[in-house]
Design a protein around this ligand. Structure first.
Ligand code: SAH
Length: 351
């Protein structure tokens, strides 16, 4: 029998659900706190509820759980890569990074991805399915429990395209931010998208002060299409207009991610055109030197070209930073997370 996932419900939905089974609304508050403040995992353990109510809940609902399948600790830095086992035996990846301002979790939003960016490992087997809000939350909760510490920042930059799983991602944001739950500030959350333009507008209208990060990767539509098929659907101009709208609605500076790939987008003319298209938008450019994956054999940019991009943007008064490679030895860097299935262990997709 189908059971609803209690830890995927917004508080208001939980209220409606409790009333639908003949319970008082305030029970939802208690349940929400159990799930998201205490990060509880079984209906059996909800001690504020009578045995009768727990039994009633068990008949129609369940709590989603994920477990740590494997953890890889980088020898270079404190980065940890987690393989999480989902209830249907799919395995997703999440990464925990330590910065001076605290712990940042990079989490997945889908099993696989259908966006097809040529340089990214997460999309190589296509999209398997969307993650539920609970499965996104559980990545955070599980890392916290594993390390007995508190995560203060979240980036939606693991496997998947968050704006291709819009409703669940939005619920996740609401719940993780909720004052009766984990209460993480929206300002400490970054959502990265390859540019699903209509959903950038939708997100902007939510007026959440989260940071929007755009995977731009080229200032030319023709070149962008070659590495990012989503470019056939939405032009760079469409993206820039959507970013301006996002800024108007949220007052949050946009991040432009620029994965630098030798010979493809690291030429002098790319830099000049990039400056041109970004000059009247309030943004910050984050340069990501290409991380190697086996399916994409283009070169990493030279140090000189990385520096040239950084200086060029800086001189044009466009704020710029270079993303540090974290956990390179455990394939935990941008674009290196890939889909796995439990029974694949030892097989072709498991490393
Ligand atoms: N689907 C989201 C999240 C992707 S991961 C998006 O497209 O934005 C976060 C960033 O890593 C994106 O900017 C993505 O384009 C970049 N990336 C993917 N593969 C990479 C690689 N091999 N090297 C460097 N950056 C990569």
């Amino acid at each position: 029998m189908y059971k609803v996932e209690l830890n995927s419900f917004l508080l208001e939905e939980l209220e409606g659900f409790m009333q639908s089974i003949g319970e008082k609304k305030y029970r939802a508050n208690q349940l929400f706190a159990y799930l998201h403040r205490n990060q509880g995992t079984t209906i059996e353990d909800i001690s504020v509820f009578s045995i009768g109510l727990r039994d009633k809940l068990k008949k129609t609902s369940k709590i989603n759980n994920i477990e740590v399948f494997k953890r890889f600790d980088s020898k270079f830095d404190s980065t940890k890569k987690y393989l999480f086992l989902l209830e249907d035996n799919n395995i997703i990846e999440g990464v925990l990074m330590e910065y001076h301002h605290g712990l940042t979790a990079c989490i997945s939003t889908q099993v696989g991805c259908r966006m097809g960016c040529s340089f990214c490992a997460s999309t190589k087997e296509g999209l398997i399915r969307n993650l539920s809000p609970a499965e996104m939350l559980n990545q955070i909760y599980t890392m916290e429990k594993d390390l007995n510490s508190n995560i203060s920042n979240i980036v939606l930059m693991g496997s998947g395209e968050p704006l291709d799983n819009y409703d669940n991602t939005l619920k996740f944001l609401n719940i993780i931010h909720h004052e009766k739950g984990h209460n993480i500030s929206y300002r400490n959350i970054t959502l990265s998208t390859c540019g699903v333009v209509p959903n950038i507008y939708k997100l902007a209208d939510e007026k959440l002060p989260i940071t929007l990060s755009i995977s731009l990767h080229s200032p030319y539509d023709e070149d962008r299409k070659k590495i990012m098929p989503v470019g056939y659907r939405y032009t760079i101009d469409d993206i820039i207009k959507a970013c301006k709208y996002y800024f108007d609605k949220t007052n949050r500076r946009i991040t432009m991610e620029y994965t630098l790939i030798e010979g493809i987008n690291d030429r002098r003319k790319d830099l000049n055109e990039l400056i041109k298209i970004l000059k009247d938008i309030n943004c910050h450019v984050n340069i990501i030197p290409l991380n190697p994956i086996k399916e994409f054999d283009q070169g990493r940019p030279t140090k000189a070209n990385i520096r040239r991009f950084e200086e060029g943007l800086s001189k044009a008064n466009i704020p710029v930073s270079i993303r540090r490679e974290m956990g390179g030895d455990i394939s935990a860097s941008c674009g290196q997370l890939r889909r796995k299935y439990k029974n694949d262990e030892g097989g072709k997709t498991f490393r």
